[in-house]
Design a protein around this ligand. Structure first.
Ligand SMILES: Cc1cc2nc3c(=O)[nH]c(=O)nc-3n(C[C@H](O)[C@H](O)[C@H](O)COP(=O)(O)OP(=O)(O)OC[C@H]3O[C@@H](n4cnc5c(N)ncnc54)[C@H](O)[C@@H]3O)c2cc1C
Length: 477
C-alpha cells in the first residue's frame, strides 16, 4: 500500500515537472505585445514640484492623481527600470476593495474603524473602475468577485464566520456548501466556500500598468525610465534626488518603491521582501473549461495559511500562484530569485491534484516577484524630511487596489490636509517592526515552518503562532 502511494506521488511529481517543460521564465502579463518604448533616462538636473520615485501602481496612481488634483503642478515620475515591470506587472490581478488585507484581519486590528474602511475601500474600487473607463484603459476590468474555498474541514468555520462579518458590514457575501462551490468551480478538493460578490474585480495588471503610464503622460507627467534614484537629501529649501546622470530638485517627493531597498532607512524596519510565485497554463479548450464550470469567472483562493490563488485570463488560461511565500535570508531583492524551480514544481503538483480533469494541460509561463510584507499585512504611511517626502509601503500581496487609496493618503499628507483618510487609525499607526538580521531571518523562517505545520495539523497553531496572534503579529503574502 505504502509503495503504491509512493509510486503515485512520484508519478504526480513526474507529471508536474513535465508540465513545466515549455514554461517561459517571465510574466504572462508583461510579455504580451504592445509594450511601449521606454521613456528616456534622466540626464542633467531638472526641477519639479513633486517627484514620484517608482513606476509601479503606487507611483503611477500617485503621479496621475497629483496632476488630476492640480493640473498646474509639475510632476516627474522616475523609474529604475520600466514602469510596471516589477510586482505591478507580475501579480494575480485581483483588485480587491479591501484596504486591510481582508475583512478578518481588519476586524482583528481596527474593529471600530472597519465600517469606514470598508466604505472607503469600496469607493476606491469604484473609482478605479471609473478611471479605467474614462481613460479608455483596456485591461479586462471585471467586477466578478472572489471565491474563497475550503480544502480542509477545519477551514469551514472561519470561512463562514468571515462571510457573516462581511454581511454585517454590508457586503454581498454568499455561503456555499460543497455542492454549491463545485457548481461555481468544480474540484473534488473543495469542501465548501464563500463567494464575495462585490469586493473584488479581476483585471490584467500588465495592461493596467501600460494604461496608467499612458494616462500619466497624457496628463502631463514627465516620465524618466531606466533611472534609479540613489539618494534623497534635503537642504531645507528643497529636496535633491541623485540619479546616475543627473538629479531632481523637488519641492516634495513620494517614495513608491515597493519591496525594493527603501531610500529612507526607517522604512526598512517595517517591511521585508517576500517572494511569491505564479504559473500560467496554455489556453484551455472549450471542453477543458466546461469541465470546471467557472461560468462567473471569479477570482479564487483557498483558505489555508499557505494559500493558492487562481483565476482565468481573458484567453482562458488559468493563473495559479501562491502557497510558498519565500523570504531569502538577508532580505535581498534580486532577479536571481524570480525563478524557483522547486516552487514551480510544487505549485504544478498542487494544480493537478486540485484539477485532475486538466491532466493534459501544460504551463506556458512561470515567474516570481517580490512583495513588501509587513507584520500587519497592509500599508503603513508616513512623511520624512520635514514633511517633504511621503511614503506608503507594506501592501503585503494586496496592493493592486489599495495602492491607489495609499496614493491619495500620501498626497493628502504632503498637502497637510486633515481628511477622513488621514485621520484613520490605520493611517496614523504603524506595524510592529521586524528585528534586525540575523534574528529577522530566524523569526520569519520559524513562522513559515509553523504555518506549514498548522496547515498539516488541522489548523492547530503551535505556541509560537499563538504568541504572535496575541501580539497581533504575523507573516503572510
Ligand atoms: C507574484 C505576485 C502576486 C501578487 N498578486 C496580487 C494580487 O493578485 N492582488 C493584489 O492586490 N496584489 C498582488 N500583489 C502585490 C501587488 O502587485 C503590489 O502590491 C502592487 O502592484 C503595488 O506595487 P508597487 O507599486 O508598490 O510596487 P512595484 O510594482 O514593485 O513598483 C515599485 C517600482 O519602484 C521602482 N524602484 C525601486 N527602487 C527605485 C529607485 N531607487 N529609483 C527609482 N525607481 C525605483 C522599481 O523598479 C519598481 O518598478 C502581488 C505581488 C506579486 C509579486
Amino acid at each position: 500500500m505504502i509503495a503504491r502511494e509512493r509510486a503515485g506521488r512520484n508519478a504526480g511529481w513526474g507529471r508536474a515537472v513535465a508540465s513545466l517543460a515549455g514554461a517561459r521564465p517571465e510574466s504572462f502579463w508583461t510579455s504580451q505585445p504592445g509594450a511601449p518604448d521606454p521613456a528616456p533616462a534622466l540626464t542633467g538636473t531638472i526641477t519639479a514640484d513633486l517627484a514620484v520615485i517608482g513606476g509601479g501602481f503606487a507611483g503611477l496612481w500617485t503621479a496621475l492623481l497629483a496632476r488630476e488634483r492640480d493640473p498646474s503642478a509639475d510632476v516627474v515620475l522616475i523609474e529604475a527600470a520600466t514602469s510596471g515591470w516589477a510586482a505591478s506587472g507580475r501579480n494575480g490581478g485581483f483588485c480587491s476593495a479591501s484596504l486591510t488585507h481582508g475583512i478578518g484581519n481588519g476586524l482583528a486590528r481596527f474593529p471600530a474603524e472597519m465600517p469606514l474602511l470598508e466604505k472607503l475601500g469600496a469607493q476606491n474600487l469604484a473609482e478605479i473602475g471609473q478611471t479605467i473607463a474614462a481613460r479608455g484603459i483596456d485591461c479586462d476590468f471585471s467586477p466578478v468577485g472572489e471565491l474563497t474555498v475550503a480544502t480542509q474541514p477545519w477551514q469551514l468555520d472561519d470561512l463562514y464566520a468571515d462571510t457573516e462579518a462581511a454581511r454585517q458590514l454590508g457586503h454581498d457575501a454568499v455561503d456555499l456548501d460543497a455542492a454549491g462551490v463545485r457548481r461555481e468551480l468544480d474540484s473534488a478538493a473543495f469542501l465548501g466556500g464563500a463567494w464575495y460578490r462585490d469586493t473584488c474585480a479581476m483585471l490584467d495588471p500588465g495592461r493596467l500598468a501600460r494604461g496608467l503610464r499612458r494616462a500619466c503622460l497624457e496628463a502631463g507627467v514627465r516620465l524618466y525610465e531606466n533611472t534609479r534614484v540613489r539618494a534623497i537629501t534635503s537642504d531645507g529649501a528643497a529636496l535633491s534626488l541623485a540619479t546616475p546622470y543627473g538629479g531632481v530638485r523637488a519641492r516634495q517627493a513620494v517614495l513608491a518603491t515597493g519591496a525594493y531597498p527603501p531610500l529612507l532607512r526607517r522604512i526598512g524596519l517595517f517591511f521585508v521582501p517576500v517572494y511569491d510565485y505564479v504559473l500560467v497554463t496554455e489556453p484551455l479548450s472549450a471542453a477543458q473549461l466546461a469541465s470546471l464550470g467557472w461560468r462567473h469567472r471569479q477570482g479564487a483562493a483557498d483558505a489555508g495559511n499557505q494559500f493558492h490563488y487562481f483565476r482565468l485570463t481573458a484567453d482562458n488560461r488559468i493563473l495559479w500562484g501562491g502557497y510558498d511565500a519565500i523570504y531569502f535570508n538577508g532580505g535581498r531583492v534580486s532577479a536571481a530569485h524570480d525563478q524557483r524551480p522547486e516552487t514551480f514544481a510544487r505549485l504544478a503538483g498542487h494544480f493537478f491534484r486540485t484539477f485532475p480533469q486538466l491532466e493534459d494541460v501544460s504551463f506556458e509561463y512561470a515567474w516570481g516577484g517580490a512583495i513588501d510584507t509587513c507584520s500587519r499585512f497592509f500599508a503603513f504611511y508616513g512623511t520624512a524630511h520635514a514633511g517633504r517626502v511621503g511614503y506608503a509601503c507594506g501592501h503585503t500581496g494586496l496592493g493592486v487596489g489599495a495602492s491607489r487609496f495609499a496614493a491619495n493618503v500620501v498626497l493628502n499628507l504632503l498637502a497637510g490636509l486633515r481628511t477622513e483618510r488621514t485621520g484613520l487609525e490605520m493611517v496614523r499607526s504603524r506595524p510592529v517592526p521586524f528585528p534586525p538580521e540575523p534574528a529577522r531571518s530566524a523569526v520569519i523562517q520559524l513562522t513559515r515552518a509553523s504555518l506549514a505545520q498548522a496547515d498539516r495539523n488541522a489548523g492547530r497553531r503551535n505556541l509560537w503562532l499563538r504568541t504572535l496572534d496575541r501580539l497581533g503579529l504575523g507573516f503572510d503574502s
